[in-house]
Design a protein around this ligand. Structure first.
Ligand code: SAM
Ligand code: SF4
Ligand code: F3S
Length: 457
């Protein structure tokens, strides 16, 4: 845990910058998962404390920080494209400060590349140095070329935890609360354990305090985050923490993300089923329907064990929505093994499936495996599975027609249509505007694959 003295020292640096940075604007762009978004809100909080006003407009920003993701090649390419395009902006406005952080910053080969090919980036910092943002910004204002800040500890050690740093949230009514950082699972395809370090949990009372403050401020949807929330090790177990959080006064939904199937316990399912305030959405990634592929992935459960868990969840909560992640074209995956995945999708009937083409990540075991599947074959399998999932999703959503759902309004979408999400985390559109951040009851009249629509009752 970072000592509070250090947190105070950073706060002092921030306040010493306030006069100088008044009127300056900062943009934080996040490319990754919700954990990354939550980090982005802490970076924004630190910049706000330094005196920056946050903006979404590049041309008016005096500081731009790219908060990156390394989970697939596509995510990294997007970031490199944006960094490349910022070169012109930097030439036009040399006083513009550019920073890069997040999971890519944690990769040694990327840091080398940034030094070599993108020297105009002023600073780079790793995933566990968020508390140092004021100092990093102060150093950048002093100039002197690209500086890189990364904890150099080996990957089996690094990982710090800090409490008491400011947060600037994107939404007043939907909030992300990280309860733990890092991952110890080392699934053979995944870069996360290397870029996020070892699992470490926030103290339970700190998490509960944050949830209480959010509930008191009128937040309506609070999501507890971790790469594998089931291995949360605070004073409380994860199910106990979730239950205590959901018992805090206030009208809000509690959610969580992500559960690893090997650890999602009966206790968790029971806590969820008996607490009304816990939204009935369970994200349970299965990754593959083949036992051989699951073993190669180091997932540590079998297809049968996954199915048993999924069915238990549906049994305990008939109105639950079950969503999942799957990887297509893992090295050595045969056509027959892919069809086992398709079969599992038909069997479970997921409400929503996030389907990813396997992307080799430098340093992971799967990247070095023989039997990499050609891209065209991956795409073919992807399209086949997507068509099956579209059918399944339509069937799942048809069940809601005629039912009345509680929906948290998000105001109107880009076409002016009133929209929100129900507890099952499905998009629901409705007939008349309801202010964003308010709950309403919507009677569902029709369904599409990935949205429901109805009338406010
Ligand atoms: N910790 C979560 C879990 O285990 O379910 C998932 C975190 S990961 C950020 C989100 C998803 O990205 C994974 O569930 C997996 O499907 C996908 N993913 C991770 N590494 C990948 C890779 N190398 N290629 C393709 N997809 C990948
Ligand atoms: Fe990656 Fe596996 Fe950890 Fe999830 S549990 S973050 S997929 S290593
Ligand atoms: Fe990406 Fe890092 Fe999240 S690699 S998916 S931003 S933990």
């Amino acid at each position: 845990m970072i000592p509070q003295e250090e947190i105070r020292r950073q706060a002092e640096i921030a306040s010493s910058l306030r006069g100088r940075l008044a009127g300056k604007k900062a943009l934080v762009r996040t490319f990754g998962c919700q954990q990354n978004e939550a980090d982005g809100e802490r970076i924004a909080g630190a910049l706000d404390a330094c005196g920056y006003t946050l903006t979404e407009t590049l041309s008016e920003a005096d500081l731009v920080i790219l908060n990156t993701c390394a989970v697939r090649e596509h995510a990294e390419k997007r970031v490199l494209g944006v960094i490349g395009s910022l070169k012109k902006e930097k030439e036009r406005r040399p006083s513009l400060l550019l920073g890069m952080c997040g999971c890519m910053a944690q990769e040694a080969h990327r840091r080398e590349q940034l030094k070599r090919s993108y020297p105009y980036v002023d600073f780079v910092f790793g995933t566990d140095l968020l508390h140092k943002v004021p100092e990093i910004v102060a150093n950048a204002l002093a100039g002197g070329g690209q500086k890189q800040y990364v904890n150099d500890l080996p990957h089996d050690q690094f990982g710090e935890l800090s409490e008491g740093t400011p947060v600037k949230r994107t939404s007043p009514y939907r909030a992300l609360v990280s309860i733990m950082y890092g991952c110890d699972n080392f699934c053979s395809y995944c870069i996360v354990p290397y870029v996020r370090g070892r699992e470490r949990s926030r103290p339970s009372d700190a998490v509960l305090r944050e949830v209480r403050e959010l509930a008191e401020s009128g937040c309506r949807d609070i999501q507890l985050l971790g790469q594998n929330v089931n291995s949360y090790r605070g004073e409380l177990s994860f199910p106990a923490l979730l239950e205590r959080a959901s018992q805090i006064d206030g009208d809000f939904w509690m959610r969580f993300m992500t559960s690893h199937p090997k650890d999602a316990s009966d206790e968790l399912i029971a806590v969820m089923a008996r607490n009304q305030k816990i939204a009935k959405h369970f994200h349970l990634p299965f990754q593959s329907g083949s036992d051989r592929v699951l073993a190669e992935m180091n997932r540590r459960y079998t297809r049968a064990q996954y199915l048993e868990k999924a069915l238990k969840i549906r049994d305990a909560m008939p109105d639950v929505s079950l969503t999942s992640d799957v990887i297509i074209g893992f090295p050595t995956e045969t056509e027959a093994e892919f069809l086992e995945t398709v079969e599992l999708v038909r069997q479970v009937e997921f409400d929503m499936l996030f389907t990813f083409l396997f992307s080799p990540r430098a340093g992971t075991r799967a990247a070095k495996m023989d039997g990499q599947i050609p891209h065209e074959e991956q795409v073919k399998r992807f399209e086949y599975l997507s068509a099956v999932q579209n059918e399944v999703a339509q069937k799942r959503n048809d069940r809601y027609v005629g039912k009345t759902l509680r929906v948290l309004s998000d105001g109107t979408d880009e076409n002016g249509i009133p929209t929100g999400r129900c507890g099952q985390n499905k998009i629901v559109t409705f007939d008349r505007p309801v202010p964003a951040g308010r709950f309403c009851e919507v009677k569902i009249q029709s369904s599409r694959q990935y949205a429901l629509s109805g009338t406010v009752v």
